[in-house]
Design a protein around this ligand. Structure first.
Ligand SMILES: [Zn+2]
Length: 200
């Protein structure tokens, strides 16, 4: 006697079951997306709180941060950018190409750095603004994962820049704060113009 066949259902029951399965599938596949806050939201200028509790809710938030980052077409997102002032950031410089490169940094700290690189940066909280920023060429970062375990991560080029950009967010620093005074003033003037035109 087969043991893995479905019991026979009448058509009304079958339809109910099909509707339920569709609802479940929608619930599982629809991620909760967080809106990204823009400059000059004060949360972006605050130092994030250190995370001390590594709960299932934290793991859930991290997944939502990845989903929100991908939806906004970013390769990095820090919790303050979704209005949560905590030391959590997610990075994927491969943008979904290589899932093994998805990186979660909780309470990260730069423990070693070498060299210099100057490349153009952008930020989900500063749409349309792109400027060259000087960063370390190579960094070693110590952080905790979603389970609270400490690990070290080394990166160069784009990965180094992404980690430094995101760690800056956790300390209330935006990439425009790393520009020369003159360049920063020009950027701020441009933002004020965009705000005035309702484009910000
Ligand atoms: Zn940013």
């Amino acid at each position: 006697m087969p043991t893995e066949t479905k019991p026979k259902l009448d058509s009304a029951a079958e339809k109910r079951l099909a509707r339920q399965m569709t609802r479940d599938a929608v619930r599982k596949s629809a991620p909760k997306l967080h809106a990204v806050v823009k400059y000059p939201d004060p949360v972006l200028a605050k130092k994030g709180e250190v995370v001390t509790e590594f709960t299932p809710e934290l793991a859930q938030l991290v997944e939502e941060m990845f989903d929100s980052m991908y939806a906004a077409e970013g390769i990095g997102l820090a919790a303050p950018q979704i209005g949560i002032s905590k030391q959590i950031t997610v990075i994927d410089v491969s943008f979904k190409e290589r899932p093994e490169e998805k990186l979660v940094l909780i309470n990260p700290e730069v423990v070693d750095r070498r060299g210099k690189q100057v490349e153009e940066e952008g930020c989900l909280s500063l749409p349309e603004i792109h400027e060259k920023v000087q960063r370390d060429a190579w960094v070693k970062v110590r952080a905790q994962n979603v389970r609270g375990e400490f690990f070290e991560m080394e990166g160069e080029e784009l990965l180094a820049r992404a980690m430094l950009h995101e760690i800056d967010h956790l300390h209330g620093i935006l990439f425009i704060d790393r520009l020369s005074r003159l360049k920063r003033d020009l950027v701020l003037r441009r933002i004020r113009k965009l705000q005035k035109n309702g484009d910000w």
